[in-house]
Design a protein around this ligand. Sequence first.
Ligand code: HEM
Length: 191
Amino acid sequence: MNRYFKPSIFFLSLLPFLIIVYKIYFNQLGPEPVKEITHHTGEWTLIFICLTLAMSPLKRLTNLTIWIKFRRMLGLFVFFYATIHLLTYVGIDYRFNWTPIFDDVLKKKYIFIGFAAWLLLIPLVITSSQRMMRLLKHNWRLLHKSIYLIAIFGALHYIWLSKTIFFKPLIFAIIIIILFLFRFNYRKYNN
Ligand code: HEM
């Protein structure tokens, strides 16, 4: 039974991508197609960050180690959706016109912090294998703690870019804070 879990989680994680491909193919993106793709991929990046962070608390709450087996895959999906999100902006929105892109990164704080979050994901992806885990030993844990910083950057990115609708970005920020507190409390009572 357990061997079906991972492929199922993989397929479920791929669904948001398949949905956007379907919408592109059948012209169902609405009046602002680029905005719709940016919105879809941006939100799913943040959802996958929350899911990745939720695996350790779930392990503790349920006393089941299976959650940890999904963590790496979910983390890689964070990068997958963040990269499509970035490519939509760089490739479709700006058609790889680098000057205004660099201008945006320097002048708009929400672009700057989003880009910083994406850059911070790269070392995590490169070191995500079991082999790298063994090679880096305790430094691996230290490095992978940056997922918390990435989560804060992702939430700030959403808050800063939302001029009027604050509800959704705040919900994400609250979920991330709760997941942080879980971690903090666990440390406090287990040291
Ligand atoms: C971990 C990294 C990132 C996360 C979690 C993230 C998340 C989000 C979210 C949730 C939205 C709001 C979608 C909406 O409601 O319309 C968004 C929008 C956006 N993001 Fe990101 N993002 C990330 C990285 C980036 C990067 C690297 C760039 C480009 C350099 C970028 C550029 C944008 C743009 C241009 C928008 C649309 C702004 C608008 O509607 O005016 N994001 N992102």
